[in-house]
Design a binder for this molecule. Sequence first.
Ligand SMILES: Nc1ncnc2c1ncn2[C@@H]1O[C@H](COP(=O)(O)OP(=O)(O)OP(=O)(O)O)[C@@H](O)[C@H]1O
Ligand SMILES: [Mg+2]
Length: 334
Amino acid sequence: MTAERLIDVDGVEKVFTVRRKAGRLRRVRHEVRAVDGITFQVPRGEMVAYIGPNGAGKSTTVKMLTGILVPSGGRLRIAGIDPARERTRLARRIGVVFGQRTTLWWDLPLKDSYELVRRMYRVPDAVYRAHFARCAELLDLGPLLDVPVRQLSLGQRMRGDIAAALLHDPEILYLDEPTIGLDVISKAKVREFLREVNAERGTTVLLTTHDLTDIEQLCRRVMVIDHGRLVYDGGLDGLRAAGDGERTLVVDLERELPPIEGVPGARTVKVEGPRQWLAFPAGRSAAPLVAAIAERYPLVDLSVREPDIEEVIAKLYAGDGGRPDRTATAADTP
Ligand SMILES: Nc1ncnc2c1ncn2[C@@H]1O[C@H](COP(=O)(O)OP(=O)(O)OP(=O)(O)O)[C@@H](O)[C@H]1O
Ligand SMILES: [Mg+2]
């Protein structure tokens, strides 16, 4: 069975024309290709991460997916709807959270904002009550409902925003940096909530974040965008391999010895007393290395560390990624 392409993005582009100062009076027109030909599909129920460095084009993509911005080229369908042409019809089926700014009414208590959302979307009473109760419980909103939005802390407001985006029970939720600026506990709460919503309601989620823990805990699939182009689309494990990731073999020897030498495919990167660290390519098995070391050294204990996903992504960002022929695709894309 081919999965339904709930989000269908085909060669989508967005070009902004900006005026730059060139001398005292002169202004020159200048084109910014914020999104430069992106193609991907997301089936119903999936939770995907959409990540990339600052200015990569993530928010611009999300704005096109909601119909706020009109693409300069390519084709876009969300649940079969062209967002730019039928933004209002689409609005009932999607929820959006922009972590950088609130969609709530600044001067109103949280519960009045929700009441407005309910009327705007004409959410049936029963649906509203059920969702509201669930969101309030999972996000701990009870004590905040009578507080005007401007008096909420960032973390409280973000939880309020996420609930507001879900009150009409949308099929798709776009989250643009929903954990930005939150403390560890609030982040955990938001992640737990998103996991529940995805599992219980089957809500499809597209998540933009700079926090890699969000991805590791929530998404099996990751898309990496850089300079407006997709440079990776696949699973987290594949991402480690795509970034030329290295694994590390940590060995404990009986005593302090000079750096281990002569193990093919591995190099010693650190020595601390009897403990030594050897780096080797992420795609290779550690077994032959262990055997080679055990043969010649008094090995007491060992462990293997996976490449740090943060390092891998930094490498991907630093490369000249973005040319279509360099787009990495992991075989295990769900
Ligand atoms: N309205 C606009 N007019 C002109 N240029 C814009 C506009 N919006 C975005 N850009 C430019 O498009 C590029 C992509 O911006 P975008 O906000 O999509 O990046 P981002 O990936 O969300 O980055 P961040 O991680 O910083 O949020 C940037 O170079 C930005 O300056
Ligand atoms: Mg952004």
